[in-house]
Write a protein that binds this ligand. Structure first.
Ligand code: GRF
Length: 208
């Protein structure tokens, strides 16, 4: 049974997508805790409603980024996770933290990485006149929004799209690929070699 800890800062729709698929499909895994840097994160309320343990590590309660990272790691390690998921976690994590969870820390990002790392991905994709957008699940490395790519989803950019309509289309794709990537992880179907992630069963790692 894989123990999953999810880090959220807000809404928590990706957390919900992973948890619901995990329960519905009976994965050999369980979301054992949700940890947030914000006490008001809706994702925490969702977790509590599901009977999932919660913890808050406020970034403002710590004097430095390093002290915050250490407190966060202590909170996470208290739940003895096999896998840690970033799901809308809006703090940049230092390299010591990232290395501690090497190979068992995933993130979902709302762009087709390596395009549009960072914030405002939809606004930037629209401004660039992109005809396709999407989302990426990747292993986390110290460089923000980089790291071995597990799975990507491609969606069209439609005439008349604005940030809201495009973000909704991409978010719906995130809710498909994040649970799928986690399912592959807990089933031991992923291998990372030379920075490239391969699905051992040959599953397509792009959804279009
Ligand atoms: C998602 O778009 C995710 O890709 C990004 O932050 C957003 C979080 O949404 N990193 P939610 O909290 O999972 O609803």
């Amino acid at each position: 049974m894989h123990r999953i800890v999810v880090l959220v800062s807000g809404r928590g729709s990706n957390l919900a997508a992973v948890h619901e698929r995990c329960v519905a499909e009976g994965w050999p895994a369980r979301v054992v805790a949700v940890v947030s840097n914000r006490a008001d994160a809706a994702g925490l309320a969702y977790a509590a409603g599901q009977g999932i343990a919660t913890a808050v590590v406020g970034h403002r309660d710590h004097a430095s980024r390093e002290a915050f990272d250490e407190a966060l790691a202590r909170a996470i390690d208290g739940f003895a996770p096999d896998l840690v998921l970033l799901a809308g976690f809006m703090r940049i994590l230092g390299s010591d933290f990232v290395r501690r969870y090497d190979g068992r820390l995933l993130n979902v990002h709302p762009s087709l990485l390596p395009a549009f790392a960072g914030l405002h991905t939809h606004r930037r994709a629209l401004a660039a006149g992109c005809k396709a957008a999407g989302a990426t699940v990747h292993f986390v490395v110290p460089e923000v929004d980089h790291g071995p790519i597990v799975l990507q989803a491609v969606v069209p950019v439609l005439p008349g799209d604005d940030e809201t309509s495009l973000s909704q289309r991409v978010l719906a794709a995130e809710h498909v690929i994040y649970p799928l990537a986690v399912r592959w992880f807990v089933a031991g179907q992923l291998r990372v070699e030379g920075g490239i992630v391969r699905h051992l069963g040959g599953a397509s790692q792009v959804l279009i």
